[in-house]
Ligand binder design. Structure first.
Ligand code: G3P
Length: 230
């Protein structure tokens, strides 16, 4: 399952882009509102950090089909290839998705809260659908089960639309989604750190270092190999 970073924080994007195997960055109006300032320059800087080959998902702010289409064209004009336009799952959004996907735009249909919405989005030509796992669980629904339903429908139909699950609060949710066969998940910085961090990994590494030092002192294995080769 591809991992995408769900933030517009430039320091986090620089860090995770350098160290983690992320394939892109997702934003939405709420995420961008946390950054403030010149948001057009900010989006360009995100593209500059991740480069032209990674995915950048940016959501429209318009709500009428024609206005969404014009905004989508402006977003892709600004940010170039591998930019996906996020469009909410409304009737106006579906109409815009039908038009834009037929023109070759990559559309991520967002604010998906049901498998039925995902099916309509897929039929409209969306490249991705973004179901909101935590927001479903916050209303006593089963977010991971709904992702599994969507994935089963996509597998049965053979559609090229991929699941891009979103709205995660826990590592367990991410793993649950990965087990459904979903193509991608977008994860905020806090959960992304937690995917890798483990206290027993840290104590194991400390034990290796201390045992090595007791046996061989401050030399490295590389220096011993070099010495042996002379
Ligand atoms: O863009 C969708 C996703 O980022 C929403 O996440 O945490 O606001 O529910 P959250």
């Amino acid at each position: 399952m591809k991992l995408i970073l769900d933030t517009a924080n430039l320091n986090d994007i620089k860090y995770f882009n350098e160290y983690y195997p992320i394939v892109g960055v997702t934003t939405n109006p709420t995420i961008l509102s946390k950054e403030g300032g010149d948001i057009v320059a900010h989006l360009k800087e995100i593209r500059n950090i991740i480069g032209p080959d990674k995915e950048l998902h940016v959501q429209v702010t318009e709500t009428k089909c024609e206005d969404m289409i014009a905004e989508a064209e402006a977003i892709v004009g600004l940010l170039g290839k591998n930019t996906f336009v996020k469009i909410p799952a409304t009737d106006e959004g579906i109409k815009a998705t039908k038009y834009l996907s037929a023109k070759g735009y990559g559309i991520t249909m967002t604010a998906i809260l049901s498998a039925a919405q995902a099916m309509i989005a897929s039929n409209a030509g969306a490249a991705y659908v973004a179901p909101y796992v935590s927001r479903l669980e916050n209303i006593c629904d089963d977010g991971v089960a709904i992702v599994a339903e969507i994935q089963a429908i996509f597998d049965a139909s053979g559609t090229s639309t991929e699941v891009l699950a979103a709205s995660f609060k826990t590592v367990r949710q991410v793993l649950g989604v990965a087990m459904t066969g979903a193509g991608a998940s977008t994860v905020g910085s806090e959960v992304m750190y937690k995917l890798l961090a483990h206290p027993t990994t840290d104590t194991s590494i400390a034990g290796f270092a201390s045992d090595w030092k007791k046996a061989f002192g401050d030399v490295t294995l590389k220096s011993l190999i070099e010495k042996a080769g002379k």
